[in-house]
Design a protein around this ligand. Sequence first.
Ligand SMILES: N[C@@H](CCC(=O)N[C@@H](CS)C(=O)NCC(=O)O)C(=O)O
Length: 226
Amino acid sequence: MSLSLHYHPLSSFCHKALIALYELDVPFVPRFLDLGNAQRRADFLALWPTGKMPLLQDNDLVIPETSIIIEYLATRHAAASQTLIPAEAASALEVRLMDRLCDLYVMLPMQAIVADRLREEKDRDPIATGRGRDTLAMAYGMLDERLQGRAWLAGDQFTMADCAAAPALFYASTLVPFAANQQRLNTYYKQLLQRPSVARTLDEARPYFKFYPYREALPAAYQPQD
Ligand SMILES: N[C@@H](CCC(=O)N[C@@H](CS)C(=O)NCC(=O)O)C(=O)O
């Protein structure tokens, strides 16, 4: 098989790529990435110097960055009937915009807050995490607005924007809950969790949720049992 994905089952950006692979029904070889292993980290950095996962490999071709990975999969490996990026230009632009908003204003502040919690108490930065929480609250309001009249985040179809939104909202909502009056966002999130590609990705992550520092705030169905 030509395609493989370097990934970790707990990583939110890896979830984004996995959801796309499952949506498009593209076969791939999963390559578990343990960056705590010095040799594996060195090998991975030689492949892609940022050290960021996931990383897609198509034979000798290295494809980094989740949005690029999804565009690559959608254009090179998906059946013509399945796409996560609409052909029509204005619709495609909206998908890319919502994808960017989810990555930059939900995924990144969420990552920074989680990373802060993993530090020793003396090294934590409450001002930075407070700003991150404010950014999450701002982004929720923006997403709730954009969802008006839409079945999915960028329109009527499930797209790359939803691949980005699912893991971003899954972890971010453990840090800052959605407001009760953000009805569109609350409904959309429930719908995301029921999407088979999202449910499968989260199901595969189950054995690792016990390592998530805010595990007590995960949805009841994903609370670690041990
Ligand atoms: N912009 C990148 C972000 C990827 C990213 O931040 N991945 C995290 C895991 S969720 C990572 O590799 N962290 C390991 C590290 O920074 O050492 C993308 O879209 O692929």
